[in-house]
Design a protein around this ligand. Structure first.
Ligand code: SAM
Length: 259
């Protein structure tokens, strides 16, 4: 059983009395990449305490994946605020959307309401939370901003594959996206383990490159880890004509180690 005052007096304590500011606090909660039971106890506690839960919208404009993961834990009286944070690369468009999202959150924070921005995976690992937090800080510098870490997708993927991410002196290269597939060759020359995120749009070229490097058997693909649609491909050999979804991650492990 978790005592009610768990974390009191610690950095990131939930105790409002410790905050002298009239502003609400902004939390960034990493809810993990799929399985709701991967949410941390701290994340759960914060989620059940705050008045407002903000989340990125999906491509259809609805509350997205992070909301789907934590929905069973929310109370009906909590305000849910889906934010438009588009999947685009144009810096001006991104900045505008992030500032608008920040402004929306400030309207709750200035009334003294605590807001939890929920984000898929971890809150500090390629997460929109960092941009939204920056926007809120620009608009309202006295708001206390506290990230709560969560399980990130590479760690969930290797757990599903029953293998370690890294051992001993192995180096890890994480490619957040492959805008230039030559980066994969550079990463493979340097690291024993290479993680390729957002691999869907370049999967065909990546497959050809790994085939040329004779690394298909040491490469794995994990789709929708932790969710009902989860699919594991421990080898890329049979996947020449495969089309993975956006939520897929590729891991190359030069030295095989499975249990
Ligand atoms: C913008 S990043 C978000 C990373 C996230 N903050 C994390 O901690 O994992 C999105 C990419 O993460 C990976 N990813 C996130 N969730 C996933 C899942 N459930 N299954 C497989 N890959 C996932 C995919 O490569 C996806 O394209």
């Amino acid at each position: 059983m978790v005592p009610n005052n768990a974390g009191a007096g610690m950095p990131g304590s939930l105790d409002r009395a410790e905050l002298s500011s009239p502003w609400g606090r902004l939390w960034g909660i990493g809810v993990g990449p799929g399985d709701g039971e991967w949410l941390t106890l701290k994340g759960l506690k914060v989620l059940q305490t705050v008045e407002v839960v903000a989340c990125p919208q999906n491509r259809q404009g609805e509350a997205g994946m992070a909301y789907g993961i934590v929905r069973p834990y929310l109370r009906s009286e909590q305000v849910v605020v889906p934010l438009h944070l588009p999947f685009v690369r144009d810096p001006a468009q991104l900045h505008q959307a992030q500032t608008a999202a920040g402004q929306t959150l400030v309207t709750y924070l200035e009334q003294g309401q605590d807001v939890a921005f929920i984000t898929e995976g971890d809150a500090s690992f390629y997460s929109t939370f960092s941009y939204v937090a920056q926007a809120v800080h620009r608009l309202a510098p006295s708001v206390d901003i506290t990230p709560v870490p969560g399980v990130c997708s590479p760690l969930a993927a290797v757990a599903a594959l029953n293998m370690p991410l890294a051992l001993a002196a192995e180096k890890i290269a994480v490619l957040p996206a492959l805008y230039d597939v030559a980066e994969l060759t550079q990463a493979l020359a340097w690291a024993e383990v290479v993680v390729v995120m957002k691999v869907a749009s370049v999967f065909a070229q990546v497959w050809q490159q790994l085939a040329a490097a004779e690394l298909l058997e040491q490469s794995s693909l994990v789709e929708w880890v932790g969710s009902a649609q989860e699919k594991l491909y421990p080898s890329l050999v049979p996947l020449e004509n495969h089309t993975p979804p956006y939520f897929s991650i590729l891991i190359v492990r030069r030295h095989d180690y499975r249990f």
